[in-house]
Design a binder for this molecule. Structure first.
Ligand code: FES
Length: 96
């Protein structure tokens, strides 16, 4: 991995703030409740953030919890190929 790429050991709690989820619920209220509930967890390892859509609009409001991942830092358009190659490797790992 290059210095621009880092494997992460964090848990992401992603609150959807997209139009559909916002119409059906209150993402702000959900995020506040999650941050409150997570306050005793190690802040460096748990990150509660908003996302604009999780692709599950009909079932919202939605929250996605995911662990780990690979961060690409200081990205530009030229990094798209490397990022998608990582996505492809990840798909191949989970498909096998
Ligand atoms: S708007 Fe929330 S999943 Fe699409």
């Amino acid at each position: 991995m290059s210095e621009k790429v880092e494997a992460l050991d964090r848990v992401w709690v992603l609150v959807c703030k997209g139009d559909s989820c916002s119409q059906k619920g209150n993402p702000e209220k959900i995020r506040v409740a999650l941050k409150q509930a997570a306050r005793e967890l190690p802040a460096k390892r748990v990150k509660v953030s908003y996302v604009s859509c999780l692709g599950m609009c009909g079932e919202g409001p939605n929250v996605l919890v995911c662990k780990g991942g690979v961060a690409f830092k200081r990205c530009g358009g030229a990094d798209g190929g490397e990022i998608i190659a990582e996505v492809r490797r990840d798909l191949e790992r989970t498909d096998s």
